[in-house]
Design a protein around this ligand. Structure first.
Ligand SMILES: *Cc1c(COP(=O)(O)O)cnc(C)c1O
Length: 391
């Protein structure tokens, strides 16, 4: 049977927005003196610190490198345990492995899909050193409850806020609250620098460690050196990396930051269109929102009520793909990835996350899509759900 798709062209689940202003700002840097770390890097760091309300910010070549830096600054090392959520990108846990630590997965809350503080409590041991909450889809994790646990056990909190630039928790911007918070500037995130990431912090000691870590562990600050042979002299104090971002990328990120509020508004508007259209479709559940926080809506994740459907998630995924709708799945629980299985993590570790993984689909959501694109997704969902519905 010939079945005409809802759309003629493929709609991705996420995509950057680049305009002439962005292009001009990059070209401007290319004509200047600095390509790598120059004035645009420190300028962008100051802008992000101001935006989130933190004292300091340190850029990195990407969000994963930034998380690695945060784990280093937190002093995570051999044998230390760090608790995080399984429902995240591998980088949230890999950063612990880079430092010789052990990621420990605490199951998610069935309503918000964020890490469940009660599950964190169960995973605390004498070796626990830190918690890495992830603000899944942009909805803040329950930081008050997590902080209570951290205080009781003397733990450091590193927020993986790759989804949460512009989100607020109890009136406070994400990025102003924790020991360290990471944001990513990958093209599907809220603003982009191509590749890029940042750590915000209010702690001067962490700030200095982060700066040194991202540049080989080298310092040129004479007040920190053991000797001083002359103006050329520098010292390397620990094994760092070259994790620097370029001035080209920082200029792009600054230009993007000017549009962040507009981007956030568009995401919110498209989410309300989705919510309005889907709330009466009993075969799917729309995302639950906490009242004490406001999401930055990086992702729009629906949950399929499989008992009401004749197909599984893969059937729905494939059918939407046929309609030219770029759906995705966020995420495969990290410890089910083959590398983690080889490390000895067992299936069944976090049942809520594993069950949710079978039922979720991420729909297209990005500021550069149009209202027509949103309506195409809505029409495609209605069409596909009706194909797989029992009644
Ligand atoms: C994107 C992302 C990262 C990594 O950021 P990169 O800039 O791509 O390295 C880490 N954690 C989460 C949850 C992410 O979505």
């Amino acid at each position: 049977m010939y079945n005409r798709p809802i759309r003629d062209t493929y709609l991705p689940y996420g995509r950057q927005w680049i305009d002439d202003e962005d292009i001009d700002s990059v070209v401007n840097v290319l004509k200047g003196d600095y390509l790598t770390t120059g004035p645009f890097v420190s300028n962008f760091e100051q802008e992000i610190a101001n935006y989130v309300g933190a004292k300091y910010a340190v850029t990195f070549s990407n969000g994963t490198a930034a998380l690695h830096g945060a784990c280093f600054a937190a002093g995570i090392g051999n044998g230390d345990e760090v608790i995080t959520t399984p429902l995240t990108f591998a980088a949230s846990a890999n950063c612990v492995l880079y430092q010789g630590g052990q990621p420990i997965f605490a199951d998610i809350d069935e309503k918000t899909y964020n890490i469940d503080p009660k599950e964190i409590e169960k995973k605390i041991t004498r070796k626990t050193k830190a918690i890495i909450p992830v603000h899944f889809t942009g909805q803040p994790a329950p930081l008050d409850e997590i902080y209570e646990i951290a205080k009781k056990h003397n733990l450091i909190i590193i927020e993986d806020a790759a989804h949460a630039l512009g989100a607020t928790y109890k009136q406070k911007r994400i990025g102003s609250i924790s020991d360290m918070t990471m944001f990513s500037f990958h093209p599907v995130k809220h603003i982009t620098s191509g590749e890029g990431g940042i750590i915000t912090t209010n702690n001067k000691e962490y700030y200095n460690k982060l700066l040194q870590f991202r540049s080989h562990g080298i310092t040129r600050d004479s007040s920190k050196m053991f000797e001083n042979h002359g103006p050329w002299y520098y010292e390397m104090h620990f094994l760092g990396y070259n994790y620097r971002i370029t001035d080209i990328q920082a200029a792009l990120a600054s230009s993007q930051l000017k549009k962040l509020d507009k981007f956030l508004d568009l995401r919110k508007k498209y989410v309300s269109m989705y919510n309005e259209a889907f709330k009466k479709i009993t075969e799917i559940s729309i995302p639950n929102q906490n009242e004490n926080s406001s999401s930055s809506w990086h992702l729009y994740v629906i949950r399929l009520n499989l008992e009401q459907l004749t197909g599984n998630r893969k059937d729905i995924y494939n059918a939407l793909f046929q309609e030219n709708i770029g759906v995705n799945v966020h995420y495969i629980p990290v410890y089910l990835l083959p590398y983690y299985q080889e490390l000895g993590y067992q299936q069944g570790l976090c049942p809520n996350a594993e069950k949710l993984y079978e039922e979720i689909l991420t729909l297209p959501l990005f500021p550069a899509m149009s209202e027509k694109d949103v309506n195409d997704v809505i029409q495609a969902i209605k069409k596909v759900i009706s194909l797989y519905t029992t009644n």
